[in-house]
Write a protein that binds this ligand. Structure first.
Ligand code: CTP
Length: 402
């Protein structure tokens, strides 16, 4: 992706250097535009060194900082696949909301047809001021996206909202906004289960498994990036991704209830969770004491979330399941497909591989038409994107009656 990173005059400008490097390392081309005030916080040399691209601005007298010939703003505006302003001051937000073009950055913002993303950072009083909030609302009405600032102790010593969002979150938002939407998935509501569930024996002991939830989280990101509206129902401790509504759950029963409450509003389900198959029959509210001799733990089955939701699906809803099999994986997947009434099972052959946490994985989709071409081996983030692309094509073909 070709990204223009605008940097305006705030203390958080030093974080844009980290962002520039992260984006460049991800394989993007990044050209920075500094405003006059931004250049008081960070130098063009830092940014051009990190990105390997020239840094642009209004002042021709500073190092590599290029002059601003009259046509440059149009060239840059056309060059960009995405324009992001980090940090965005109240001043630049006000200018852009009102169509003012007083320097290179504000002119590029007005001229570009690329998506625009803002990461504001400022004092709490300024952020909460109705004028700034009105400007933010106006920018959103133009289709611009905003990575809201977080709360914390600000450089001015005050505590409150206005702190620049985490660099990693801004990078995720850039990825999400710069990826073209896929027609078959844009705007679709996708429910994703992910992570392990935990079944408590007593207040200190629990039954769980070694799943991290990483694959479901990568799928949530991948669906988000092609324009889907994702609801992630997440067990375990992993952080939820930026821009994805997340319901955190503990047990299989909680996961089922969370999913049931939202299934009717969803277009599709991706069941990537490693749900504990059993739970203790009688969980104890007090810590269980050890006894002499053999001990027995009575277990009962947990609800099958995928099967329950699939059983009440409407004709317009689709359902994808996962399976990890160590033998006869395609046959087992085909059985699961029929038994649970699914559109596809993505099966992972775990013979000789550590599926949970393995770096590169392969998934073979099994549909009513039989096993499809394997996807992978790929790292989980790329695998998730490839799965989403595969499914988008399936949906497209289905909707066009092919
Ligand atoms: N699943 C679920 N709820 C459960 C169990 C599984 O939603 N209580 C979902 C998983 O998220 C996954 C699929 O069902 O999409 C896995 O199916 P399952 O038959 O449970 O696979 P295994 O656990 O491998 O089953 P088995 O032990 O029968 O091979």
């Amino acid at each position: 992706m070709q990204i223009i990173l605008g940097i305006t005059g705030g203390v958080a400008a030093y974080k844009s250097a980290e962002l520039a490097r992260l984006l460049a390392n991800q394989g993007n081309r990044v050209r920075c535009i500094l405003t006059e005030a931004g250049a008081r916080f960070i130098t063009p040399l830092t940014l051009s060194s990190l990105t390997g691209e020239p840094c642009f601005g209004a002042n021709p007298n500073q190092g590599e900082w290029r002059a601003n010939p009259s046509i440059e703003h149009i060239e840059l505006a056309r060059w960009a696949d995405l324009v992001v302003v980090v940090p965005a001051t109240a001043n630049i937000l006000g200018k852009a909301a009102n169509g003012l073009a007083t320097d290179l950055l504000s002119t590029v913002l007005l001229a570009t047809r690329a998506p625009v993303l803002w990461a504001p950072a400022m004092n709490t009083g300024m952020w909460e001021h109705p004028a700034v909030q009105a400007n933010i609302a106006r920018l959103r009405s133009f289709g611009h996206a905003v990575v809201d600032p977080g709360e914390g102790i600000l450089a001015c010593g005050e505590e409150g909202s206005g702190k620049l969002a985490e660099v990693a979150s801004i990078a995720e938002a850039i990825q999400a906004h710069g990826t073209p939407n896929l027609p078959s998935l844009a705007g679709r509501r996708v429910l994703i289960t992910s992570g392990p569930t935990r079944e408590d024996l007593d207040p200190v002991r629990t039954l769980t498994n070694r799943s991290t939830g990483a694959m479901g989280i990568e799928l949530a990101r991948a669906f988000r990036d092609v324009g889907a509206q994702v609801l992630l129902v997440l067990g375990g401790d992993m952080a939820s991704p930026w821009g994805v509504e997340t319901l955190r759950v503990r047990s299989a029963q909680e996961m089922l209830e969370a999913c049931e409450s939202r299934w009717a509003d969803s277009d599709g389900l991706v069941a990537a969770a490693a749900v504990a198959d059993q739970r203790p029959e009688q969980p104890s509210s007090q810590k269980v004491k050890k006894v002499d001799g053999a001990e027995t733990l009575a277990l009962v089955r947990t609800p099958d979330i995928l099967a329950n939701l699939s059983a009440v699906r409407r004709a317009d809803q689709w359902v994808l399941g996962f399976a990890a099999e160590s033998e006869n994986h395609l046959e087992h997947a085909a059985t699961k497909l029929k038994k649970k009434g699914l559109d596809a099972v993505l099966v992972n052959d775990i013979q000789g591989v550590r599926a949970f946490g393995a770096q590169a994985n392969t998934l073979t989709p099994v549909t009513a038409q039989g096993p499809q071409a394997p996807i992978g081996p790929l790292p989980k983030d790329q695998l998730a994107r490839a799965v989403v692309l595969w499914w988008a094509h399936q949906l497209e073909a289905r909707e066009s009656g092919r």
